[in-house]
Design a protein around this ligand. Structure first.
Ligand code: NDP
Length: 315
């Protein structure tokens, strides 16, 4: 979109192009509201970094993450969704129509807004970890644990997520080593106790992963004893990084109510603190974080936005 003095106006804009945003767009398009999706750069969300997806209903043989996103996008396009591959750089949600700036892509006005910008898993930021993402390195045990039947894996982190992921992984893996950088866990007592009581889980405290080993798949880890101890090798076939998530809400800070961790605060499921602005997917749901639950929330946000628009004609 070329920059212009008069911003283009849409009845409804969806920000984000993962399962939540694209499902919202599909529903809004079929309601003939002509949604515009500001997809983000890169677009597509976390599934773009995933290989096999075996838990999205309707694909009994499984599907690759990027292909699933491509199909979502085509389906939304089929009913008239328009896409702008840009990032929102500034918003004014203080009055309708809402104003969104898209940097070099210009600006948009919207009578209603669906925010589905997601959250990013935190990573250790090791080059070897990034190379092997989707090939033995994962940030989601629910998604990928199944691929590690009967083999040893490691899980990094000391919070509730790490305890939950490690405990879940014992359903499949022969053994789970939790690697934590401190001598004490941050997780709640009940989650710690459950993990500690599990005979398939052991702990490496005061330790950090310094390299993920393997060419095409994970064969082991190099682990350093902190602060300056020796580096040893741990033979595992998988590495699960469970050190938290960061919601992509920076651009909305100050414009909307966020919770203490930076996720969008919602009321009655998808409604935000600003009337006419709805949220869907991991940008507020830090509990389920699944493609299918995000898609479901995208549907709900679209239905809520549709109702809002029918009750509040354009200003
Ligand atoms: P947390 O922020 O609670 O914990 C993150 C953990 O990762 C910490 O132990 C932290 O170490 C470690 N960590 C962070 N960065 C690095 C790094 N670069 N290298 C190594 N380790 C690192 O995140 P969670 O995702 O565990 O939990 C988020 C929230 O969700 C919490 O409020 C939690 O209670 C909640 N939750 C609840 C669940 C439940 O009740 N069923 C399940 C999952 C989450 P350090 O301790 O040194 O800071």
């Amino acid at each position: 979109m070329a920059p212009s003095a008069e911003p283009r106006r849409a009845r409804v804009v969806v920000v984000g192009s993962g399962p939540a945003g694209l499902t919202a767009a599909l529903y809004l398009a079929r309601a003939e509201l002509g949604p515009v999706v500001v997809g983000g750069v890169p677009s597509g969300g976390q599934l773009m970094l995933t290989t096999d997806v075996e838990n999205y209903p309707g694909f009994p043989e499984g599907i690759q993450g990027p292909e699933l996103i491509e199909r979502f996008r085509k389906q939304a396009e089929r009913f008239g969704t328009q896409f702008i591959d840009a990032n929102v750089t500034r918003v004014d949600l203080s009055r309708r129509p809402f104003h969104l700036e898209l940097g070099a892509a210009g600006a948009l006005l919207a009578d209603a807004l669906v925010i589905a910008t997601g959250a990013d898993a935190r990573w250790l930021n090791l080059p070897s970890e990034q190379t092997l993402r989707g090939h033995g390195v994962s940030a989601c045990a629910t998604c990928d644990g199944f691929f590690f039947k009967g083999v040893p894996v490691a899980c990094v982190g000391g919070g509730d997520s790490a305890m939950e992921e490690a405990t879940f992984l014992t359903k499949f893996a022969s053994h789970v080593t939790v690697i934590h950088r401190k001598s004490e866990l941050r997780a709640s007592r009940i989650m710690q106790d459950r993990a500690r009581a599990n005979p398939k889980i052991s702990f490496l405290f005061d330790s950090e992963v310094v390299e993920v080993l393997g060419e095409r798949s994970v064969t082991g880890l190099k682990v350093r004893r902190l602060p300056n101890g020796p580096v040893s090798e741990l033979a595992v076939k998988g590495l699960f990084v469970a050190i938290g998530h960061d919601p992509a809400t920076g651009v909305f800070r100050g414009a909307l109510e966020l919770d203490s961790k930076g996720y969008i605060a919602t009321h009655s499921i998808t409604r935000t603190s600003v009337e006419g602005v709805f949220a869907a997917g991991d940008v507020y749901d830090h509990r389920y974080r699944q493609a299918v639950s995000a898609a479901g929330l995208g549907c709900m946000a679209a239905l809520d936005a549709e109702r809002f628009l029918s009750e509040h004609p354009a200003a």
